[in-house]
Design a protein around this ligand. Sequence first.
Ligand SMILES: *Cc1c(COP(=O)(O)O)cnc(C)c1O
Length: 389
Amino acid sequence: MRNIQSLDQTYVAGTYARFPVEIVSGKGSEVYDTNGKRYIDMGSGIGVTAFGISDEEWVAAVTEQLGKVQHMSNLYYTEPCAKLAQLLCERTGMKKVFFANSGAEANECAIKVARKYAAEKKGAEYYHIITLQNSFHGRTLTTLAATGQEHYHELFQPLTPGFLHAPAGDLQAVKDLIKQYKTAAILFECVQGEGGVIAMDPAFVQGLARIATEQDILLMVDEVQTGNGRSGQLYAYMNYGIQPDVVTTAKGLGGGLPIGAALLSEKVQSVLGYGDHGSTFGGNPVACAGAVNILQRIDDGLLAQVQEKSAYIFNAFSDADGVESVSGMGLMIGIKTKRPAGEIVKACMENGVLCLTAKDKVRLLPALNIPMSVLQEAVEIIKDACAHA
Ligand SMILES: *Cc1c(COP(=O)(O)O)cnc(C)c1O
């Protein structure tokens, strides 16, 4: 293992502060390091492995497709891509899907749709996109510009122009920006993930939807982290009684393979035409075959279990020792602890639980199907770490 760690440090670009742990295998919500030590996985690869590690049904779907065709250019039709698009549309009421390979790329597509829609409908000067302060939309230069956190911007100027950041929850600020700047779209997360697992207020989200409709501005929801069952509904916007014009998603959709998708409503379904956008790997048949399996299994029964486990976690931490507050939605949970979050994560790791952080919080994104007994075991270990100074 030492060898792998030093190899990695020598040859992999130093963009990640890795823990001194090498994971070699796993099953469901349990993973093992090189020493055979078991960990309960409460991060699921940042909300990616929706049904856990090496899930049998997902592996079968992916390997079956691998044995047929692993990749085709987008010059030809392949079944998994078409089927996944159909499933996504049928379950959301959206009309068309563009496939990419990541969350940032899904958002890039949404931004292109907004720019083109507004340019054609109102004029090219209507290019501004309003996002929220403390948001996270990705690491490409354009999605960094969309991200409402200055510290990500500093070293990479100039970013793509045209992005404005309003304080979350402040409808008047959004209205003022729209008055001042010719606006194409509003892009936001229903629950800010990287920003600290903060759920938006329903009145604010419904207000954004109302403003967007009144002014013919596109309502675009970034469901990269909140999507695919994570919030307790298939997509988090469904908890808010709104109908977005564009929904972007990625992370959990592929169950562990790279995929991103921008879902387009009736209003914008024809904005992108031949040659307007593309991606070599977009709609890859193996990634899509896995995603079809994932999406089919996120049914009412599973969503009810997500809600039940969510209530259990909220309850367990709401008045636990060393815990100041619990935030989030579904199985996307932030815990504000008295001890620094980093210390809690380290203590949990020593005791066999892998957790994440988001800003100053401990963040939990377990697999949607984590068994209740395994979840309880992890919660006890995390509670213990919170309670001990
Ligand atoms: C992770 C994330 C992204 C970026 O996704 P990548 O796949 O890393 O490009 C964008 N938006 C939100 C809300 C995210 O959580």
